[in-house]
Design a protein around this ligand. Structure first.
Ligand code: HEC
Ligand code: HEC
Length: 326
């Protein structure tokens, strides 16, 4: 797929949203796009970030860009259980969607990193991802006239890590997907959902306990939780890696379920292949890890209810964000 330098269609809307709270609250179900004081959004900055996001020169052998693992057509995931980086390196975790990343309270499955700006340097330096030396990369990118010129124009400085991280983060904040059938239903359009999807929404939100951790409209509380995936999490104990606190073993950031039909395979390690199997996992009541959330317990669903629940998940798909990449 080739990405033209076309003007982003969604940007005018976004720009309004970022600058005018009144417009935003009615435009986006998740509210105005939050951004740090030191990194306001602008058309030019988002465009620079977009070019960097798709630029393979950001990896040591020029073979991998951010978009290699975050593909637009897959809601910015890659359809793999684990991702493949430079020299066939394999990531420890499943690549999450970065649509609506602007709203994240913490970044990454550990629930620790605070800003998108800080996240940018992680994959660039990670040896199984882009395997770059930051100093050398900046030297290389500064030699590219378009990048150096854009840095001077937008940031009034030479191309440096500040420019790199601010512009990519601004681009990520422009990746908004909040126009699913469910969003239209949430805003009051009763006809936006089919009868099956409406029944599924009722099962998801009323009959089961899913909204304790995946509440509408974000479909995440942004907290970390242990959803009972394993009895023994092996080498990846999630937030425990950061805190070393036994109570954090097996706790991972709760993912949003927006665009869930596009983002499989599922969970931090991509071990669950289908939504059907995810439902089965919860139906069994989790594996019973000591830290498993008290909300999770076994339940039964008739075939019809299971189909309704799956129909509901299809109502969370919104690919309108793709129009900005044509
Ligand atoms: C080799 C594959 C790969 C590449 C290249 C890559 N990522 Fe990722 N990305 C991942 C994986 C895997 C995770 C999950 C890591 C974790 O949570 O520990 C992730 C997580 C993220 C997150 C966190 C999302 C969330 O919900 O917390 C963001 C944001 C992100 N990547 C942006 C980027 C940007 C920007 C680039 C380029 C500078 C990039 N990624 C390059 C694989 C990749
Ligand atoms: C206690 C909080 C909690 C509850 C309750 C909960 N989940 Fe989750 N859910 C999580 C966490 C945490 C993950 C990610 C776990 C991981 O990555 O290992 C997750 C992952 C998922 C995923 C995969 C998302 C992805 O992108 O990989 C789906 C689908 C899902 N849950 C659906 C449900 C459904 C359906 C219910 C109700 C039956 C439910 N969840 C109840 C915490 C919860």
């Amino acid at each position: 797929m080739k990405f033209k330098r076309s003007v982003l269609l969604i940007v005018p809307l976004l720009f309004l949203a970022a600058t005018c709270k009144h417009t935003a609250s009615s435009e986006f179900v998740l509210g105005a796009i939050p951004f740090p004081e030191d990194n306001p959004m602008s058309f030019e900055k988002i465009e620079l970030g977009r070019q960097l996001f798709f630029d393979k020169r950001l990896s040591s052998d020029n073979s991998i860009s951010c978009a290699s693992c975050h593909l637009p057509e897959k809601a910015f995931t890659d359809g793999k259980a684990l991702s493949i980086g430079v020299n066939g390196g394999i990531t420890m975790r499943n690549a999450p969607s970065i649509l609506n990343a602007a709203y994240l309270k913490t970044i990454m499955f550990d629930g620790e990193l605070k800003t998108l700006e800080m996240q940018v340097i992680v994959p660039i330096q990670e040896h199984v991802e882009m395997n770059e030396n930051m100093k050398e990369l900046i030297k290389e990118l500064r030699m590219i006239p378009e990048y150096q010129q854009a840095a001077r124009t937008i940031f009034n400085r030479d191309f440096d890590p500040w420019v790199l991280t601010r512009s990519i983060a601004a681009f990520e904040r422009s990746l908004i997907s909040q126009n699913s059938a469910f969003d239209r239903f949430w805003k009051g359009d009763q006809r936006a959902l089919t009868v099956e999807q409406k029944r599924g929404w009722k099962i998801f939100s009323k009959e089961l306990y899913c909204t304790k951790c995946h509440p509408a409209p974000a479909f995440t509380t942004y907290a970390v939780a242990n959803n009972g995936l394993y009895l023994d999490y092996g080498t990846d104990n999630g937030r425990f890696r950061i805190t070393n606190d036994e109570k954090d073993k097996g706790k991972f950031k709760i993912p949003s379920l927006r665009n869930i039909t596009l983002t499989g395979p599922y969970m931090h390690d991509g071990k669950i292949l289908t939504i059907k199997d995810v439902i089965k996992h919860y139906q069994m009541g989790g594996k019973g890890h000591v830290n498993q959330s008290e909300f999770i317990h076994s339940f039964q669903l008739t075939k019809r209810k299971e189909a309704d629940l799956e129909a509901f998940f299809t109502s969370l798909t919104d690919t309108s964000y793709l129009s900005s990449f044509r």
